[in-house]
Design a protein around this ligand. Structure first.
Ligand code: PMP
Length: 437
């Protein structure tokens, strides 16, 4: 049976009648997207949109090799992981080859939230503690356990506040944070001191941290690149306090940062637990937790870990295809190259546009923070720039505690011409918004 074709406004009305308003749509005029290819989305009228938002379709929308892998395996077998099967074993080995020692044990789950929930269970089992340190403005997932670790949610509209077992460390944000002036080494130590303070406060009450959760670069909190050495010092404090270090690589992993496969390598650290999600399946729900044999053993309590869909053969084949494409198309190197091109262009725009307060990023993980005088967040202007960029056929998003950071985190298959198109469009959009100031 064919479904009736509805126009965008009829579809929006039908959606409203069965959806909670807590699920939002992007943009003033929501888009009705029907197809994706490479770095482009196509709406129901056939109009192309350059997609600089989608960090999930990592190797490009509907990459043929990923589509083919899903299709091929779905036609043969899809079941849970209680049987021997090559695909999941191979995927675990491939992932672990990409991680430093001693990260040698892999669990498969279905989403970033599930990965972080499992990381929390592993940390609690290993340390016997429930207390978790997180960075201010962090987001780690939508499960109850992860909302509890996400100031981005519990300290914002609708949030219920900080749970007693969550401890917020200062966000090492060199542009807007409490410490700004100084060399990276001074900033790193200064911000890491906030981790030590939280641990001391816990110790004083006879508790100790189970874990320190941090993204390797903070995404929802405003595309933050930490000062060099920050994670190394923070990890030292955490380990001295008896906790384990969890790197949330859900947004920044799998080559996005260009110079390295994992974001944490930028900070020259090895976490105890790494969580992976979004890009792993190029849109198919697969995620993973990688940890040390020692922590994995602490979790072997006699209780089975069973996850119905985690690591099923179709998901595992999709995961393998994504890793193959990253390798064969040299997408990590491409992320570095395109990222450098964008950062260069954005720094050029910063010279001409007073609205740009800061440009930062690594590879294809970039933030452009818009500010007024004295670094006052240009929140309304960021929303206007996002819409003005969209009016010119390019999709970006805004985020950060003040929603004034333009986020750029496209599929890694972005072409040089796409970078140049965006820079031109952003320049025009900024001029249009600045003219209204
Ligand atoms: N961690 C980070 C850093 C994220 O950005 C997200 C999703 N935005 C999650 C975890 C949760 O992932 P998922 O939505 O796949 O559950």
């Amino acid at each position: 049976a064919t479904r009736p074709r509805r126009g965008a406004s009829a579809l929006a009305a039908r959606r409203r009648s069965t959806f909670s308003t807590s699920l939002s749509l992007s943009y003033r005029e929501p888009l009705h997207i029907v197809r994706g290819e490479g770095a482009y989305l196509y709406d129901s009228s056939g109009r192309p949109w350059l997609d600089l938002v989608n960090n999930v379709c990592h190797v490009g929308h509907c990459h043929p090799r990923v589509v083919e892998a899903a299709h091929r395996q779905a036609a043969v077998l899809n079941t849970n992981t209680r049987y021997l099967h090559e695909s999941i074993v191979e995927l675990a080995h491939r992932l672990i080859e990409l991680m430093p020692d001693p990260l040698r044990v892999c669990f498969f789950v279905n989403s970033g939230s599930e990965a972080n929930d499992l990381a929390l269970r592993l940390a609690a089992a290993h340390t016997g503690s429930q207390d978790v340190l997180v960075l201010d403005h962090a987001y780690h997932g939508h499960l109850t356990s992860q909302i509890a670790l996400s100031p981005y949610k519990f300290h914002r509209r609708g949030g219920l506040g900080k749970p007693d077992t969550t401890h917020i460390c200062e966000l090492p944000d060199p542009y807007r944070g409490g410490l700004r002036a100084g060399r990276d080494s001074e900033l790193a130590g200064g911000y890491a001191a906030s981790v030590a303070e939280r641990i001391d406060a816990l110790t004083a009450t006879g508790r100790k941290p189970a874990a320190f959760f941090a993204e390797s670069l903070q995404s929802c909190g405003g595309q933050i690149v930490y000062p060099d050495g920050y994670l190394r010092e923070a990890f030292e404090h955490v380990r001295r306090g008896g906790g384990v270090c969890v790197a949330d690589e859900v947004q920044v992993g799998l080559g996005r940062v260009g110079r390295f496969f994992s974001g944490f390598e930028l900070q020259d650290v090895v976490p105890d637990i790494v969580t992976l999600g979004k890009p792993m399946g190029n849109g198919h729900p697969i995620a993973a937790v990688v940890t040390t044999p020692e922590i994995a053993r602490s979790f072997e309590t006699g209780m089975e870990y069973f996850n119905t869909f985690g690591g099923n053969p179709v998901s595992a084949e999709v995961g393998l295809a994504v890793l193959d494409v990253i390798r064969d198309e040299r997408l990590q190197a491409q992320a570095r190259d395109r990222g450098e091109r964008l950062l260069r262009g954005l720094r050029g725009l910063q010279q001409r546009h007073p609205l740009i307060g800061d440009v930062r990023g690594e590879g294809l993980f970039i933030g452009v923070e818009l500010s007024l005088a004295d670094r006052e967040p240009a929140t309304a202007q960021a929303a206007a720039v996002k819409e003005a960029v969209k009016a010119r056929g390019v999709l970006i998003s805004t985020d950060g505690p003040d929603d004034n950071v333009l986020k750029i985190k496209p599929p890694l298959v972005l072409a040089e011409a796409d970078c140049d198109l965006f820079l031109e469009v952003l320049g025009d959009a900024l001029a249009e918004v600045e003219a209204l100031l």
